[in-house]
Design a protein around this ligand. Structure first.
Ligand code: TLP
Length: 365
């Protein structure tokens, strides 16, 4: 597999044009008028003293929704994952993760920098690890081998095309890992998309993990923020490490107000994004030179092969940008598009039209 390049388009900022169809990520959504009103009116206090009522309400709701003892608001998914890895591991250990995972590729080596751990990546078809594969990579208990400290799964698996873990596979990994004395953390940045695709609730599909990070700022449309959920003891430790990373915020209820709307109201609309992704996948599959299997598009992310178009992903995305459609290359041969609440069906149809045009121009050149 080729090296992962750059998940974002080379033209940040171009998404601000209203006629632009921005498919770079579901992180680009703007807060809704309802969110902005709630932010304006939010009751706030100093969250470092745990006195922000809106933050406290958001943390309590997140814990309830995930069926856990406690939750903590963090500014980003990266910080949430970094804190969880720090709590579960000791310096000099290894973290088993999938080869395309965010903790391995896009978190600025925080696993090494902050926790002193090394990733032990495993490539899995469609990004879905199984216990059979994980088991082979757990370090034998020999004094001269760095020991495995943690298994980290990602659901949905972003760069594997938003793929979804069957819950039985997750539970087998968690059960066997626990028998081996190993904790399992979920990078659930898009766990509500996974739950939507599975038709189950998030508490149900995550119950065996030791900790879960999920993002409000992706498909749920909040401007900022993620939560870490787990036991009371885990969250108490997370509060310490959040502070050490500079993530102790003050009147953060301004952010939590939008987060509450994301959590209470936007989790039930994700099927719309999945249907739009299906629509895009079906259209892309018809375009000569593009390879994608629509049956494998389970959520709001499409990663497709463009090597038959005569363009690499940089040329492809640059030509699309000129037609007001922005998306990002993953490798020189693959491109990612992500649907979200700020792109409707008409925008997706326009994006398909633009892809058809650049591919047919490239074929004629
Ligand atoms: N993902 C972003 C980029 O960083 C790649 C995106 O556009 O998809 N876990 C997963 C699975 C993620 O996809 C992301 C962000 C994070 C963690 C980190 O979240 P943030 O950006 O809040 O630090």
């Amino acid at each position: 597999m080729s090296t992962i390049l750059e998940p974002q388009s080379a033209t940040p900022g171009s998404g601000t044009n209203v006629t632009t169809v921005d498919l770079r990520s579901d992180t680009v959504t703007k807060p809704t008028p309802e969110m902005r009103r709630a932010m304006f009116e939010a009751e706030v206090g100093d969250d470092v003293y745990s006195e922000d009522p809106t933050i406290n309400r958001l943390e309590q709701r997140a814990a309830e929704i995930f069926g856990r003892e406690a939750a903590i608001f963090v500014p980003s998914g990266t910080m949430g994952n970094s804190i969880a890895i720090k709590i579960h591991t000791r310096q000099g250990q290894e973290v088993i993760c999938e080869e395309r995972s965010h903790v391995f590729n896009y978190e600025m080596a925080m696993m090494a920098h902050f926790s002193g751990c090394m990733p032990r990546p495993i490539f899995a078809p469609d990004g879905i690890l199984t216990w059979a594969e994980v088991k082979k990579k757990i370090a034998p208990k020999i004094y001269y081998r760095a020991q495995t400290g943690l298994i980290c799964l990602e659901n949905t698996n972003n760069m594997a095309g938003g793929s979804v873990y069957p819950t039985e596979i997750v539970e087998e990994i968690c059960d066997r890992a626990h028998e081996a004395g190993l904790p399992v953390h979920l990078d659930g940045a898009r766990v509500f998309n996974a739950a939507t695709a599975l038709g189950r609730d998030v508490a149900d599909i995550t119950r065996k993990f030791d900790s879960v990070m999920f993002c409000l700022s992706k498909g749920l449309g909040a401007p900022v923020g993620s939560l870490l959920v787990g036991s009371r003891a885990f969250v108490d430790m997370a509060r310490v490490y959040r502070k050490s990373l500079g993530g102790g915020m003050r009147q953060a209820g301004i952010l939590a107000a939008a987060g509450l709307i994301a959590l209470e109201k936007h989790t039930t609309r994700l099927k719309e994004d999945h249907d739009n992704a299906q629509f895009l996948a079906a259209g892309l599959a018809q375009i000569p030179g593009i390879k994608i299997d629509p049956k494998k598009v389970a959520t709001n992310i499409l990663v497709f092969d463009i090597s038959g178009t005569g363009m690499n992903s940089t040329e492809f995305t640059q030509r699309l940008t000129k037609r007001q459609v922005i998306c990002g290359g993953v490798t020189p041969e693959t491109v990612r598009m992500v649907t979200h609440m700020d792109v409707g069906r008409a925008a997706c149809a326009a994006a398909l039209e633009a892809v058809r045009a650049i591919c047919s121009a490239s074929a004629k050149a």
